[in-house]
Ligand binder design. Structure first.
Ligand code: HEM
Length: 491
């Protein structure tokens, strides 16, 4: 084919591409987009946005962009034109308008690894269906009747292995605790058994891939994680088949009142859906809670006043139990942990386990005079509000007292009106909001409270060597948060 023939052949495609480009530019010109910088072609500003920074800050990228463009700015992130929001009002609006104006939109690689039926990926009816199953499994009634007991049992199991004057990774211990809890409650797996330990090992490889760059080449963490994913799924499927066989035989084990049993008996999910549900709940419930516990250990050791007040609260609870001759913690004990709840809120506010959420606009949206075009990615950065000095007094300080005397565990007695308003749910969103509000938020708080209860009653701890939480943007202690403990019995 001659050159001129080739040009004639390709010309229509080139012209149509050009036309699409011009139309897109024109359409964008119609919009009053927020200020910002679209960065390099395709890469945009993704590398700067994902650069690690201290977890108790918003990072240099956000600081610079907010000071240059304001709390709402445009950028190009994860290969897409994006609106970034550090604005409390817009964040709330985005989350509340889920399904109408905005929709959950995590990068495709997340679906590749967590599965296409994972709750982070699903939208619409299927999301609602999976959500209601998860909420049922994590309901208030189940927390009281099943989970509190199990949370305490798993806490004591981990803490009883801590040896006097030994140094170990507090982050690993917290992970052990939350993994064992989830594995028990989802599939009745017992901690320490070879199959549970094998699953935990695969899960560690899997997690490394979830948080790595989605490069599917031999030897990459992402490729290894995909392999671990299939091993984990095979394991869950085998458990499922054993359970189905037992159900058919009519042999019901009351001990196995778990998620797997519940979905098999009460839902009509396919095998593939059940596998993705269990895998994604294991992911959602294990990583976040363990990091939160590690953060509490980290913040508290630098705040003796808070440890002292926690001790007083928990000694009181423990003393009352001893007097009544009870051993196990009950719901009334949990309800008495008021200052502990302040510590939990403050840990989540300052540590920001989940820093931003992924959404996209499903319609053209106008907010405070700015346009958000349909199809654009939208990132509500919840951590930016938690660390905003116009919203929280001295936001970099760990100050659990700012949450005190609050009936809804959100309002504050701080004198300034801004601080009082800050504590309302408009500003404090560690668990997201709207129709996708974290399904496990109550369980997460319960886990933290019970862990803190036994920790302060039984141990004194100190950090060994410098370590601090970084946002990668997933939050992690690079050295695993090494601590040394001393036993003490306070009552
Ligand atoms: C401190 C610990 C935790 C934090 C900070 C946290 C945070 C979040 C956030 C911010 C979301 C919203 C994601 C979005 O809107 O895109 C979310 C969703 C979710 N979380 Fe958590 N989470 C925690 C613990 C847990 C636990 C223990 C579980 C239980 C297994 C859990 C299960 C879920 C589920 C199932 C969703 C999806 C909800 C939906 O899409 O409807 N989380 N979490």
């Amino acid at each position: 084919m001659s050159h001129s023939e080739l040009v004639v052949l390709l010309l229509p495609s080139i012209l149509s591409l050009l036309l699409v480009f011009i139309l897109m530019q024109r359409k964008q010109a119609r919009f009053n987009l927020p200020p910002g910088n679209m960065g390099w072609p395709f890469l945009g500003e993704t590398i700067g946005y994902l650069k690690p920074y201290s977890a108790t800050s918003i990072g240099e990228f956000m600081e610079q962009h907010i000071s240059r463009y304001g709390k709402i700015y445009k950028s190009n992130l994860f290969g897409e034109p994006t609106i970034v929001s550090a604005d409390a009002g817009l964040n709330r609006f985005i989350l509340q308008s889920e399904g109408r104006l905005f929709e959950c939109s995590y990068p495709r690689s997340i679906g590749g690894i967590l599965g296409k039926w994972s709750m982070l990926v699903l939208v619409g009816d299927m999301h609602r269906n999976m959500r209601s199953i998860s909420l049922n499994f994590l309901s208030h009634a189940r927390l009281r009747s099943h989970l509190l007991k199990e949370v305490e049992k798993q806490t004591l199991l981990v803490l009883s292995s801590w040896k006097e004057n030994c140094t170990f990774s507090a982050q690993d211990e917290a992970k052990k605790f939350t993994f064992n809890l989830m594995a028990k409650h989802m599939m009745s797996l017992d901690p320490g058994k070879p199959e549970t330990e094998q699953l935990k090992k695969e899960y560690v490889t899997f997690m490394k891939g979830v948080v790595s760059a989605p490069l599917n080449f031999p030897g990459t963490p992402y490729r290894k994680a995909l392999k671990s994913r299939s091993i984990i799924l095979k394991f869950i499927e085998q458990k499922m088949e054993e359970r189905i066989a037992r159900l058919k035989e009519g042999v019901e084990d009351l001990e196995e009142d778990d998620l797997l049993g519940w979905v098999l008996k009460h839902s009509n999910l396919s095998t593939e859906q059940i596998l993705d549900l269990i895998l994604s709940l294991l992911f959602a419930g294990h990583e976040t809670s363990s990091v939160s516990i590690a953060l509490a250990i980290y913040f508290l050791q630098a705040c003796p006043g808070a440890i002292q007040q926690l001790k007083e609260e928990h000694i009181e609870i423990s003393r009352a139990k001893k007097q009544s001759g009870e051993m196990e913690m009950n719901w009334d004990d949990y309800k008495k942990m008021e200052f502990t709840q302040c510590v939990i809120s403050e840990t989540l506010r300052l540590g920001n386990v989940v820093r931003f959420l992924h959404r996209k606009a499903v319609r053209d949206v106008r907010y405070k005079g700015y346009d958000i075009p349909c199809g654009w990615k939208v990132l509500p950065v919840i951590s930016a509000v938690h660390l905003d000095s116009t919203v929280f007094d001295q936001p970099q300080q760990f100050n659990p007292w700012r949450w005190q005397h609050n009936n809804a565990r959100g309002s504050s007695t701080c004198s300034s009106a801004a601080a009082a308003a800050a504590a309302s749910s408009n500003y404090f969103m560690p668990f997201g909001g709207g129709p996708r509000l974290c399904a496990g938020s109550e369980l997460a708080k319960l886990e933290m409270a019970v862990f803190i209860h036994h920790l302060v009653l039984n141990f004194h701890w100190e950090l060994v060597g410098a370590d601090q939480a970084f946002a990668f943007p997933f939050v992690d202690f690079p050295k695993g948060l090494p601590i040394r403990v001393k036993h003490h019995t306070v009552i």
